[in-house]
Design a protein around this ligand. Sequence first.
Ligand code: NFC
Length: 558
Amino acid sequence: MADRVVVDPITRIEGHLRIEAQMNGNTIEQAYSAGTMVRGIEIILRGRDPRDAWAYAQRICGVCTLVHGMASVRSVENALNYAVPPNAQLIRNLMIAAQYVHDHVMHFYHLHALDWVDVVSALKADPKATSELAQKISPSWPNSSAGYFADQQTKLKKFVESGQLGIFAKAYWGHPAYKLPPEANLMAVSHYLEALAWQRDVVKLHAIFGGKNPHPNFLVGGVPCPIDVNSDSAINMERLAQVQTIIKQMQDFVDKVYVPDTLAIASFYKDWFKQGEGLGNFMTYGDFPEKGMDDPASFLIPSGVILNRDLSTIHPVDLNADDQIQEFVAHSWYDYSGGKEQGLHPYAGETELNYSGPKPPYTQLEVDQSYSWMKSPRWKGQPVEVGPLARVLMLYATGHEHTKALVDYSLKYLDAPIEALYSTLGRTAARTLETKVIADKMQTWFDNLVANIKAGDTKTFNETLWEPSSWPSKAQGVGYMEAPRGALAHWIVIKDGKIDNYQAVVPSTWNAGPRDVQNQPGAYEASLAGHELHDPKQPVEILRTIHSFDPCIACAVH
Ligand code: NFC
């Protein structure tokens, strides 16, 4: 067998991910992605009150801290036919949007940037030249003087001289794959530090509407924050003013730091527009309703599937059809009662942790058998990629003007064709561009909320049907959304007022899952094939492509 390069654990992600790459010389022939921990939250949910499900489901993740709460309340609302008041819908949109902006900026600077930015090289930078560079790419961002960058460099020097790089330790500094000049490295490291302080401030939006972060509070039928502008209630004049300030703070950082940095860094790495292309199939479920979940035509992000990069045909997605969304376990450490070859729709999904075959510990993954705690979700039997690139392509293909203008501007700036999007760097750039689309849209939702309140509508919760005595003895529903990492849905089956079955099919499972029953690779696996590693002992190329998906394996295994 050809040599395998093993990266375990992949760091700067959430959860535990192992990548094995089967090499032919320095080229990856086949790659395998394994989730090496297991959790069982779907099992913990069985038998519980559906109105409480969000609080358990939300613990699937501490990074996309609210999305599982959101998908969960939507699943119960769908099963029991609850309408959600317009104010609650707007507040939910604002909370999901804030999650995107916070999460994507954090991913870019704190999880992904160091694949492209050499921290040690920043020590050689000339602060004056760094200041000129910063002012050129973002003239109105205030922290850009030579003195500022000299101070940042001194801070960095102290880290290095202490022999403890701390948060910057254990990377492949000096690897020839790093191409930025020292000044660009110093600018990016400074923004890494600025983004740490920024994210602490902007996440307060969740605490205002949901009481806290991580894991803000939710409520089946609405949101739990009462509105009374003239009292000290959760949402009053003062809090609304704070939300407005946070939205501006978000937009400012995205416009003046995140977008210019992405374009500036990408311009040094254009060869990465030709690597990591992956499956060529993309899926979105859609999100950000203007009217309600029962009016998908009003969503900001439409739902659909793109196959083989064909942007001219959008295939519809039906989350209730037995033969569309299915999960396979042919290469996972799970059994199904009807046999390991089956695909199961989530309403009939099974999660049992007493897998009968060989499982860890191992020295190498048994890739012909089972090798992951993740299942393999498929749409009509096809592997699809979900996430920012899928959403940007969907918005682009359906003619969303703001997205189209941003994509066209960026491609022109980088002198790259549209095909460049199907790549490691395309995925990363798509995340930046969708952050701008969403951050800009937050102002509209906020203005609509304020207009409703001014017109006297302060309702945030629909209490109709909230009592289990009014429920049918059997009900089922699906709650879906676009989480930062992609299409997310929870399927709930309710029997006699309790949860009979609960299945989450999660973005990182779509992307990071193992091969399926037909041996088709998942998105991570497909995107790594063909990479050439300059030095297999320092596989920064694997990190670049895997990080471009922003893995969350806590979510993926749930
Ligand atoms: Ni965790 Fe996630 C959940 C994932 O749906 N994957 O974006 C979301 O985590 O970050």
